[in-house]
Write a protein that binds this ligand. Structure first.
Ligand SMILES: [Zn+2]
Length: 450
């Protein structure tokens, strides 16, 4: 199947230029102008529109159980809201259960996702067994393409906590085996020093007092020391503090470290937790103060943060609301996939003369490079996957929709800034006018090797 996208303004990595794109066999086959019609090619006229590389959300949670709650989004609804907003690759997580071998956990996740994803997908692994057999299983998983390992400096009760000594051991052993690492940074000791008994647990705002920013800053500093010592590829997830970003910026000079922040730290702050339904905005790390939010926005606008990713973790409204007097009973997480491109573009617009190039950098090129799927993904080049969005930046303002799973909206009052006229995954049009094309099948593929 051939598609010829004509007359568009194509967003390359360093410039936007008029070009025609020929798509063949799911790849970008050639860049033109093509003056003559190409036989058997479907023509898409992109006059007045921008052609962007498919976006990548490297941090989402789908179709998983967290504590006693099941997430609102399945692979199908999560990837549908993704493609309807130009996100054509998502990463989610496989967490090894208490009595589960790693290959089993991988097989279960693959079975759940296969045939249900509208875009390409991949997982980061959270192994929880680090004995000899455990390492053997992790190494085999790395060989089959699961090269990113997620570690947590907190969540002891959930069984996924690692202390710094263990993180160092994992990095030392697996970095030479081609692994890279994502780390959730909140120092467990700092969190434990907060005396929850003295706080008013009936108030959602208390969640932000229970998880102070010092915990994040301390853990990021410790983890960056390990990354630098072993020259390991370490990515700090959902950085919520300006101090954390500064630490990564400094460490980047000496080690291959990267970081992300999520739209909720840029667009919301802990005043949301003081609203009557504030518990719905409970997430971890918590929303920070307004001055912290403003500083983080400035850093994001100036390019100090490598990439944006949502940490999409949508719960049903009924599950969020099912608590009475103790906010520790509220599931922690909020939705974001459908909001990411719109909010990121709105944030970058005032900072950059070519905000679309910056946008593609933050949510396509940088994530593809950080997780080593570049240039297959994250750019428009001959030979790259034809995951493309054809976008009108002057479309009608419509409300943002972060999730399709019937949960409440994370960003009420915010509008979409991009109108997705077409979205192509592997050269197939799957979205037209912001909606899944009728009859579209979930044809996304796993980026693992088998
Ligand atoms: Zn997460």
């Amino acid at each position: 199947m051939k598609v010829l996208i004509r007359n568009g303004k194509v967003c390359f990595e360093n410039a936007i230029a008029a070009a025609d794109l020929l798509v063949e066999n799911g790849k970008v086959a050639a860049l033109g102008p093509f003056n003559d019609a190409i036989r058997s090619a479907r023509i898409i006229d992109a006059k007045g529109l921008f052609v962007l590389p498919g976006f990548i959300d490297i941090h989402t949670h789908l179709d998983d159980q967290i504590g006693r709650f099941y997430l609102a989004d399945t692979y199908q609804t999560g990837t549908q809201v993704a493609v309807q907003n130009g996100v054509t690759t998502i990463y989610t997580f496989i967490t090894q259960g208490r009595h589960e071998r790693l290959p089993e956990a991988i097989a279960n996740a693959k079975a759940k996702a296969r045939g249900h994803c509208y875009c390409d997908y991949m997982w980061h692994l959270t192994p929880t067994v680090f004995d000899e057999d455990g390492y053997h299983e992790i190494e085999k998983a790395i060989q089959s393409g699961f090269r990113s390992i997620k570690l947590y400096t907190t969540y002891k009760k959930a069984g996924i906590f690692s202390d710094y000594k263990q993180i160092e051991e994992v990095v030392k052993k697996l970095a030479p085996r081609d692994a890279q690492f994502l780390v959730h940074c909140e120092d467990e000791d700092v969190l434990n020093r907060v005396d929850a008994g003295r706080l008013d647990l009936s108030q959602p705002f208390t969640h932000s007092l229970m998880r102070p920013k010092e915990a994040e800053i301390k853990a990021i500093a410790e983890v960056l020391k390990i990354a630098t010592k072993y020259q390991a590829r370490v990515h700090i997830v959902h950085v919520s503090t300006p101090e954390g970003v500064e630490l990564v910026q400094r460490a980047r000079r000496e080690a291959p470290v990267t970081c992300e922040t999520a739209p909720h730290y840029l667009w919301l702050n802990n005043s949301w937790l003081q609203k009557p339904d504030g518990h719905r905005w409970l997430c971890t790390p918590p929303l920070r103060s307004e001055p912290d939010q403003q500083q983080l926005r400035a850093q994001a606008g100036q390019g100090a943060i490598d990439l944006f990713a949502t940490d999409h973790c949508a719960f049903k409204k009924a599950d969020k609301d099912d608590w009475h007097s103790d906010i520790r009973d509220v599931p922690s997480g909020i939705a974001g996939i459908g909001a990411l491109p719109h909010l990121a573009y709105a944030l970058l617009r005032p900072h950059a003369s070519n905000a679309l190039i910056e946008l593609a950098q933050r949510i396509a090129t940088a994530p593809a490079k950080a997780f080593r799927i570049y240039p297959q993904k994250g750019t428009i080049k001959v030979g790259s996957d034809a995951d493309l969005s054809i976008v009108d930046i002057h479309g009608q303002a419509r409300p943002i929709q972060s999730s399709l799973a019937g949960s409440y909206e994370t960003y009420p009052g915010q509008s979409r800034t991009l109108d997705f006229k077409y979205v192509l995954v592997h050269g197939e049009v799957v979205v037209s006018n912001n909606q899944l094309l009728e009859g579209s099948l979930p044809g996304g593929a796993c980026l693992c090797r088998n």
